[in-house]
Structure formats: structure tokens, C-alpha cells
Design a binder for this molecule. Structure first.
Ligand SMILES: Cc1cc2nc3c(=O)[nH]c(=O)nc-3n(C[C@H](O)[C@H](O)[C@H](O)COP(=O)(O)O)c2cc1C
Length: 337
């Protein structure tokens, strides 16, 4: 797959996102059947180029997803602007059968003008349609779920029937993992999937900046772990600059930093993470993971100075293997509850 567009490597926000997080906004999510004939990536890029300019003018922020032959668009901003956009977009021949699955006024989650994502899926278009219809009917009955929950129910659903999966949304333990160097978090997830006979789900995200690469994020569900199930999400370091990370960070109980022998690398990543946590006003537990020699006191001090809990998953001396890393991490996660 060709790479596209992504945010720069910093987590700086393009505009006054911090102010927004205290003010209620309109929130709407619709799903529609894609009529895109040809490379979806190219079409997403064309939509993005138009959307970034137009949406900013109207104070709108969007996340657009393509999966299973469907589009899902989550829009936040003034309700009148949202309705005007939906009316216009509904006429677009690149999709059809637009169904609203969420509409409400509440706290914003989208702090960047545009988030694009494409997810691989083993789900059929028919199964996806059933999810859409179930969420649409629930919305019509006035019993809709929160937008982040609706989005996940479509884009990265928990195992099981849509209603069961959506109901479990709030009780799952979500844990984000990042590595200070290379791809250790992704490698650990792949190893764990193999061990548990689970399956890693792959997603690619794009931001609103033109000329950078896109960012991947994988996840693995462990429904029998934790008190009510656990989802581990491996993120790339540059994902910290992405609106999608900001949107979903508040639902994470913990963020794991797979440390590096070079403490400077670990500290730089931690600093960036702490800034983003502050921006989205969320205080997950920060878990340092790695060999004893990779821990330096500054990690704990930096975290606690910002008011976040610091936990350590130590593997002892020497370069740790995946089994050691997971053993140490699981013990800490189980204690978190
Ligand atoms: C799934 C999908 C999502 C879209 N999202 C947006 C959007 O958020 N903002 C936007 O301005 N255009 C969006 N568009 C494009 C519009 O439908 C339309 O093509 C574009 O605004 C040009 O309209 P105009 O010719 O009236 O200027 C989207 C199109 C599709 C198919």
C-alpha cells in the first residue's frame, strides 16, 4: 500500500484545541456505502484536500474512515454547520445510503481538522451493514452510545454481536503501547497474538498535513484477560502527533512505554506523551517496561511532576525477550484492574 499524508512529528496543535475541550459542540456520525471505484487512498486524499479547507472555514473537525466498503464520518462543530455539511456530502456520488448513527451535543474529542483512516478487516460488508443498522436503530430510539463508542463499534469492534460489544465498550481495559526506539511495541503485540492464538488488527491513519508519511496502529483483543477483557493497542511514536490518538487517549487506562537502553530516547518519548495527556486532560497510568538498567529516576519524576501515576514493569538484567516483557507487563496490568 502506498503511503500518504500525516501530521508532523510534533504534537503541537494547529489551532485553539485546548479551549475547545471545555465547550460542548455538536457531534454527528454517519455511515454510508462507498461507491469508490479504484484506489481508496487516492479518493481519501481528494476528499481530505477539500475537507480541510472547507471544514476549517466552518469550525468543523472530522474523522473519516473507510472499511469493508463503507465510509464512516464523525463530525464535530456547530450543529448548523454539521447539518449543512451532511446535506452537501449526501449528494456526493462517491457514496450512497447515508445513515446517521449518532447525533448529540457534548464534549469534543476531535482536536485536529481532519483524521483519515483505512482499516483492514475480515468482516464482510453484510456484517458491517448489520452493525450500522443496529446503531442507527438505537440512535433513532434515542438510546445511542457516546460518539467514541459508536465509532469504535464500527471501526474496531470488540468481539461479539454489536449490542454486546458496544455494551462492553466501557468496561474493557484499553492499554496503549509505544516503544522508545524501533518497533518493539508492534513486535511484542505480534508475538503475543501468536502465543494467545489471537489476531492482530491493522489500521492506517492519516492527518491533515500534506507531505508526510501515514501512521500505523495495530491492536489485539484479549477478552479473557483483565476484569472484563483487555485491548492492547500498539502505536507508532509519530502517532502521538495524530488527531486520532488525541481522540481516543481519554479511554485508555494506561500507556506503556517500552524503554530503551538509551535513557535520552525514553525520556524524549515520555515528554511528548505527557504533553499530549495534558492537552486532552487525561491521566492514564504510565508504565515503564524494560530491563532494570533502562530505568532512570527522571522517568518517574517527570511523570509524577505532571500529576500522572508512574508504574514499573521490570524484566531484570540483560536484553529482555518477549516472554519476559509480557510477563512483567501483565503483572502490572492485572494489578491495575
Ligand atoms: C465520504 C465523504 C466524506 C466527505 N467529507 C467531506 C468533509 O468533511 N468536508 C467537505 O468539505 N467535503 C467532504 N466531502 C466532499 C463533498 O461531498 C464534496 O464533494 C465537496 O465538498 C465538494 O463540494 P462542492 O463541489 O459543492 O464544493 C466528502 C465526500 C465523501 C464521499
Amino acid at each position: 500500500m502506498r503511503s500518504i499524508l500525516q501530521d508532523p512529528d510534533s504534537s503541537s496543535w494547529p489551532d485553539s484545541g485546548a479551549e475547545l475541550s471545555t465547550q460542548d459542540v455538536g457531534r454527528l456520525i454517519y455511515a454510508s456505502i462507498s461507491a469508490v471505484d479504484g484506489p481508496v487512498l487516492d479518493e481519501m486524499r481528494r476528499i481530505r484536500d477539500h475537507a480541510v479547507v472547507h471544514n476549517a472555514e466552518h469550525g468543523l473537525r472530522v474523522a473519516l474512515m473507510h472499511k469493508c466498503g463503507w465510509f464512516v464520518e464523525w463530525i464535530e462543530g456547530p450543529m448548523a454547520g454539521i447539518h449543512a455539511l451532511v446535506e452537501r456530502v449526501a449528494l456526493d456520488p462517491r457514496h450512497r445510503s447515508l445513515k446517521v448513527v449518532h447525533e448529540s451535543v457534548g464534549q469534543p474529542r476531535l482536536f485536529k481538522p481532519w483524521i483519515g483512516s483505512i482499516a483492514q478487516s475480515t468482516e464482510s460488508a453484510g456484517e458491517f451493514a448489520r452493525r450500522v443498522m443496529a446503531l442507527h436503530e438505537r440512535h433513532v430510539r434515542g438510546k445511542g452510545y457516546e460518539p467514541a463508542s459508536v465509532w469504535r463499534s464500527l471501526c474496531s469492534p470488540l468481539p461479539g454481536h454489536v449490542e454486546v460489544a458496544a455494551a462492553r465498550e466501557g468496561t474493557y481495559q484499553r492499554v496503549m503501547m509505544m516503544s522508545a526506539r524501533q518497533t518493539g511495541a508492534f513486535d511484542l503485540l505480534r508475538w503475543l497474538a501468536h502465543e494467545t492464538r489471537g489476531r492482530v488488527a491493522h489500521r492506517r491513519f492519516a492527518g491533515s498535513v500534506h507531505d508526510a508519511l501515514d501512521v500505523e496502529s495495530d491492536y489485539l483483543d484479549l477478552p479473557d484477560q483483565g476484569q472484563q477483557g483487555r485491548r492492547l493497542i500498539a502505536n507508532a511514536r509519530k502517532g502521538l502527533a495524530m488527531g486520532v490518538t488525541h481522540a481516543f487517549l481519554p479511554d485508555h487506562a494506561a500507556v506503556v512505554l517500552l524503554l530503551d537502553a538509551d535513557a535520552g530516547q525514553s525520556l524524549r518519548l515520555l515528554e511528548r506523551l505527557l504533553v499530549v495527556c495534558q492537552q486532552v486532560r487525561h491521566r492514564p497510568a504510565i508504565i515503564g517496561l524494560g530491563a532494570d538498567g533502562w530505568f532512570v529516576p527522571e522517568l518517574q519524576t517527570a511523570t509524577e511532576t505532571r500529576g500522572l501515576p508512574w508504574l514499573e514493569a521490570r524484566t531484570g538484567d540483560g536484553e529482555p525477550k518477549h516472554a519476559r516483557l509480557w510477563g512483567a507487563l501483565k503483572t502490572v496490568l492485572d494489578r491495575l484492574g
